[in-house]
Design a protein around this ligand. Structure first.
Ligand SMILES: CC(=O)N[C@H](C=O)[C@@H](O)[C@H](O)[C@H](O)COP(=O)(O)O
Length: 536
């Protein structure tokens, strides 16, 4: 049992800390990524897995960039995070709230939090709360990392064109993004153009520190913008004796930024005092997880009571889905435009809406995103490329990763091929049962492998690997193998090349407990190729 768990999640990354001294990081996310519930929950799961959090958790507090604006999304996020962490209570708020709680433990005053973006929060002794800026990189976030980096890159282009003076920033841009005339295009085509632009803020500070006049003017302009934002916060609180604290990575620049900021504040908010931050947003999340919410209560969404350990899901006949179920395999390999957890989560949601009773998914990120998106059980696999072929979850560690990411049960390679880590199927299954407490499905390629897998302790046997371990792959599903496997004293799942109504009916007629269909439902590239060929 973990007493509390705190999260600071932003566009460039997520940090997680727990009461029992664990620490983990996850990827960043942005509200431009699609459904925030899926991307935030996936990032939280990743950090929790990396930190080794096994749950249950008492109170989890998350301060988040991209905290959903819609109440319905906040509800969904509360439920999804409670499930992901097996947490009894989840407290969700914007990262400006945790920044404030970390920087000003007294709970009143103004914080200016600046990283890629900028957001300022003013909280008064009388309960006044006011948010300033946080308008996003397109319309607001003035003086933040993005706007500072953007001004620097604009100066580089101006210098190259002869529209502006020469600047040391030009060399720094080549060092960071490479040389050539197409800097604008390369930045725009980066994985995350916003982060790519914001990264240049560091170079702007470096050049300013080295005495470059162009960079120096940009830093002074950013400081002036931050001062205007803070001064608006001071005015919102009545203006007298207000404390201002700065938070966020942009202030790693130290006095280079703080000195001109202090100067402008002396003009704009003379009665206010700039104080050092007591802590960072993660400290603030810890505080809001461990203490009463006080003045922060109106800014925090609290979700209680739907902790749902995977082992408590509805189990029919020992399996978390009913006999005769259609399960949909949502997988897209690299190179497929649908590759990635966001698309697979949407794909799984579509399958769920169509009546699927379970999902099969590959890898930590996809499993986590799907579990965050929908309530169906997920058969997790973790494909590992190794000499002799690709193996489906061939080691205990590969299984543990997807179970910790939220898989309800796990499917493993059940063939007689030697495993990459030298382990035995029986050893792997025993550890999964003992240490992870989930059911194991063995993906086999033959009746002999099915018998051996059952003896090794598999709870379910599936025909998944028929046709994939040598000797060529036929077009049709291996119904004959399903029939042979159905003699086993455990449920059998039909999987591999099932495409039509006749195929799935034949599988059940041959004794399958359930059928997994992947490509024919979730791979439009393959479907298109097949139908295109049919027209030639
Ligand atoms: C052999 C192998 O690696 N099979 C994988 C197992 O997870 C997936 O690539 C398949 O898509 C899945 O078995 C569903 O089968 P189908 O896509 O044919 O409906």
């Amino acid at each position: 049992m973990t007493g509390w768990l705190a999260v600071d999640g932003g566009q460039t990354g997520l940090r997680l800390r727990t009461s029992d001294g664990r620490y983990g990081t996850g990827p960043g996310f942005s509200y431009a990524d699609g459904d925030p519930v899926a991307s935030i929950t996936a990032a939280v799961r990743t950090a929790a897995v990396r930190a080794g959090v096994a749950g249950p958790v008492g109170v989890a507090c998350l301060g988040l960039t991209g905290y959903p604006a819609r109440p319905a999304d906040r509800d969904r996020l509360g439920v999804a995070v409670a499930r992901a962490l097996n947490a009894a209570e989840v407290r969700l708020c914007e990262d400006m709230v945790t920044a404030h709680a970390g920087a000003l433990p007294g709970g009143t005053g103004v914080t200016v939090a600046a990283g890629t973006g900028v957001v300022c929060l003013a909280i008064g002794a009388d309960g006044t709360t006011r948010k300033i800026d946080g308008g996003g990189h397109l319309l607001g976030d003035l003086g933040g990392g993005f706007s500072t980096g953007q001004a620097g890159l604009r100066a580089v282009l101006a210098a190259a064109d002869g529209r502006g003076p020469a600047t040391a920033l030009s060399g720094l841009a080549v060092a960071r993004y490479g040389g050539g005339p197409d800097l604008g295009q390369r930045v725009a085509m980066a994985d995350s153009p916003v982060s790519a632009v914001a990264a240049f803020a560091v170079d702007v500070f470096e050049a300013a520190d080295g005495g470059d006049g162009v960079a120096g003017a940009i830093v002074v302009a950013s400081a002036a913008n931050l001062a205007r934002t803070a001064a608006a916060g001071v005015r919102a609180l009545g203006g007298d004796d207000v404390r201002i604290a700065c938070a966020g990575r942009l202030f790693d620049a130290g006095d280079l930024l703080v000195a001109p900021l202090r100067e402008r504040l002396a003009e704009l908010a003379p009665s206010a005092t700039l104080v050092p931050s007591a802590g960072d947003p993660l400290d603030g999340a810890v505080r809001l997880a461990t203490a009463g919410l006080g003045r922060y209560a109106p800014l925090v969404h609290v979700h209680r009571g739907t902790a749902a350990p995977v082992t408590e899901e509805s189990v029919v006949d020992g399996l978390p889905f009913p006999a005769g179920a259609l399960l949909v395999s949502c997988q897209a390999q690299p190179g497929n435009p649908l590759h990635g957890p966001g698309s697979m989560a949407r794909m799984a949601a579509a399958a769920a809406a169509g009546g699927a009773c379970g999902i099969r998914a590959n890898g930590v990120a996809d499993v986590a995103a799907i579990r965050a998106e929908i309530a169906l059980p997920v058969i997790g696999i973790n494909k590992v490329a190794a000499p002799g072929g690709t193996f489906i979850t061939p080691t205990f560690d590969a299984a543990a990763a997807v179970v910790r990411a939220g898989a309800t049960m796990v499917a493993v390679d059940g063939t007689s091929r030697p495993r990459p880590d030298g382990s035995t199927l029986a050893g792997q299954i025993a550890r999964i049962h003992d240490e992870l407490g989930v059911l194991v499905m063995a993906d086999v390629d033959s009746a002999a492998a099915g018998i051996a897998a059952r003896r090794a302790g598999a709870d379910v046997v599936a025909s998944t690997l028929s046709g994939y371990t040598g000797g060529g792959t036929p077009d049709e599903p291996d119904i004959a193998l399903v029939e042979q496997l159905s003699a086993l004293d455990c449920p059998v799942i039909a999987e591999g090349r099932y495409r039509t109504e006749d195929d799935v009916r034949a599988a059940v007629a041959a004794g399958a407990y359930a059928v997994v269909v992947g490509t024919a439902i979730t791979n439009p590239m393959d479907i298109t190729t097949r139908l295109t060929k049919a027209l030639r």
